[in-house]
Structures are given as structure tokens and as C-alpha cells.
Ligand binder design. Structure first.
Ligand SMILES: Nc1ncnc2c1ncn2[C@@H]1O[C@H](COP(=O)(O)OP(=O)(O)OP(=O)(O)O)[C@@H](O)[C@H]1O
Ligand SMILES: [Mg+2]
Length: 243
């Protein structure tokens, strides 16, 4: 193995297929996440990005395939066990509990953990990543802006102490400055060593911060490369970057 080829896969998806009735949303995809890297999964509306994440999280049932975390197949586990084993998803559309406070939402993220000291440390870490959440800790989540709710959704996932963080379109529906902020924070989270699978329609920004990426079209992986190479790939430029 060469010095530069020492990236270890932490999560390997093999031949994953998911259908909703007769609709084959994901048609046997394989992808591999290197430990400590951001991997982008990009594609158009309806390509199957969310379905792929939901299957990895155990929230929709796969027809076939394997999702291996350190050799253990997540497809054989309940969603609860998958979170406990370290794969934590931030759902599309944020889904914070609007009638609970910001801090209560963050506390829920840690529901599987028993290490109280670690939870307290991670709460401070989340507040340092998102100072606005600290300022609004006692306020209802429902009163947060869209960008703040996205921050809360990410913060809540971090409170579960993930090994692999699955992000489903964190920039969706946000103003450009907030989008910049979200991408910056995703990078900052990754710098702590956390592995991230980033689903985005904001292809340019996602590939800029991702070490590697996959392009999904109608349920199939059509391209796989480094983020930089994909950004320069004429097919990607034409289909996703308005080239
Ligand atoms: N609950 C569902 N029931 C039936 N079909 C579904 C369901 N969810 C998604 N689909 C279909 O599965 C396919 C993949 O959808 P999916 O939501 O995974 O795509 P996506 O890449 O996340 O799209 P978007 O960028 O719009 O979020 C689409 O054809 C979609 O209409
Ligand atoms: Mg989606």
C-alpha cells in the first residue's frame, strides 16, 4: 500500500436496492466512505439520494444489499441500534421538535448515551459550533429561523456522538449567507475527524468541500471520483453546474 493510499473505509454500501411498491428508487448502488472524509452524494430531484440515506439508517427497508460498518451489516439492525452503533442521520427538512426548547432538542439527540460527562462536553461543543443555539437554548425550537433549525438538527445529531454523520440537503431552502455558514460548519465538524456523507443538490458547494463524491442518476451511481475531479468533469459541469 502506498503512503497516500492508506485511507480506510469506515462504511461500505454494497449493491443496495430500495423500492416503494413498483417504484425502484435505488437500483443496486455501492459506495464506500473513507474514515475522516466528507463524501458527497449528489444528483437531481428524485435520483434516490434521500432513499439511500434512509435505507442506511434503517428507516426504509432495503430489498437487497449490505451496509457494513466495521464489517457489521446495519441492514440487520433496528434504527435505534444503528444510531447506537454510530451512524446518525440529519433528515431532510430538519424535523426539529418545535414545541420543545432548543436545549431539550439537543438532549434528545443524546438519548442513547449513558456517558453524562461526554454528553455535557458535546453540548458545549455544539454550542461553540452554533453560538446562536446557546443564545436561544431556553427558547422553543419552533421560534427559530430556517437556518437556525438546520443548525439545531445538525447539533442534535452530533449529540448522539456519531462516527458517521449523514446529512440530507442541509442547505435546502436557506439564504446564500446561511448556506455558506452551514458548509463551513460541516467542514469544521469533519476537521474533528468525523466522517460525513453529504447529500446535496447544491452540487458545486458539496464537491468543493468533499474529498470524494458520487453522482446518482435515477437510482444508479454514474460517476465516482475525488470532489475536485468531479467539479472539473465536463459531464458534471454540463448536468449540474450550469456549464
Ligand atoms: N415514500 C415514498 N413512496 C413512494 N415513492 C417514493 C417515496 N419516497 C420517494 N419516492 C420516490 O422514489 C424516488 C427517489 O426519491 P428520493 O426522495 O430518494 O430522491 P432524492 O434524490 O432525495 O430527491 P430530492 O432531491 O428531491 O430530495 C423518486 O421517484 C420518488 O418519487
Ligand atoms: Mg431527498
Amino acid at each position: 500500500m502506498s503512503a497516500s493510499g492508506n485511507k480506510q473505509p469506515i462504511l461500505q454500501v454494497e449493491d443496495l436496492a430500495v423500492a416503494y411498491g413498483h417504484i425502484e428508487a435505488v437500483k443496486g448502488i455501492s459506495l464506500s466512505l473513507n474514515e475522516g472524509e466528507i463524501t458527497a452524494l449528489v444528483g437531481a430531484n428524485g435520483a434516490g439520494k434521500s432513499t439511500s440515506l434512509l435505507a442506511i439508517s434503517g428507516l426504509v427497508k432495503a430489498q437487497r444489499g449490505r451496509v457494513l460498518l466495521h464489517g457489521q451489516d446495519l441492514l440487520q439492525m433496528s434504527p435505534h441500534r444503528i444510531v447506537e452503533s454510530g451512524v446518525v442521520q440529519v433528515a431532510e427538512g430538519r424535523a426539529t421538535l418545535t414545541t420543545l426548547t432548543v436545549e431539550e432538542n439537543l438532549g434528545l439527540g443524546a438519548y442513547t448515551r449513558k456517558d453524562k460527562d461526554g454528553v455535557a462536553r458535546d453540548l458545549e461543543w455544539v454550542y461553540s459550533l452554533f453560538p446562536v443555539l446557546k443564545n436561544r437554548a431556553a427558547g422553543l425550537a419552533g421560534n427559530l429561523s430556517g437556518g437556525e433549525q438546520q443548525m439545531l438538527a445538525i447539533g442534535r445529531a452530533l449529540m448522539a456522538k456519531p462516527k458517521v454523520l449523514l446529512l440530507d440537503e442541509p442547505s435546502m431552502g436557506l439564504a446564500p449567507l446561511i448556506i455558506q455558514e452551514i458548509f463551513r460548519i460541516v467542514q469544521e465538524i469533519n476537521k474533528t475527524g468525523m466522517t460525513v456523507l453529504l447529500v446535496e443538490q447544491n452540487v458545486r458547494q458539496a464537491l468543493r468541500i468533499a474529498q470524494r463524491g458520487y453522482v446518482l442518476e435515477t437510482g444508479k451511481i454514474v460517476l465516482e471520483d475525488s470532489g475536485a475531479n468531479l467539479l472539473g468533469n465536463p459531464k458534471v459541469v454540463e448536468a449540474y453546474l450550469g456549464g
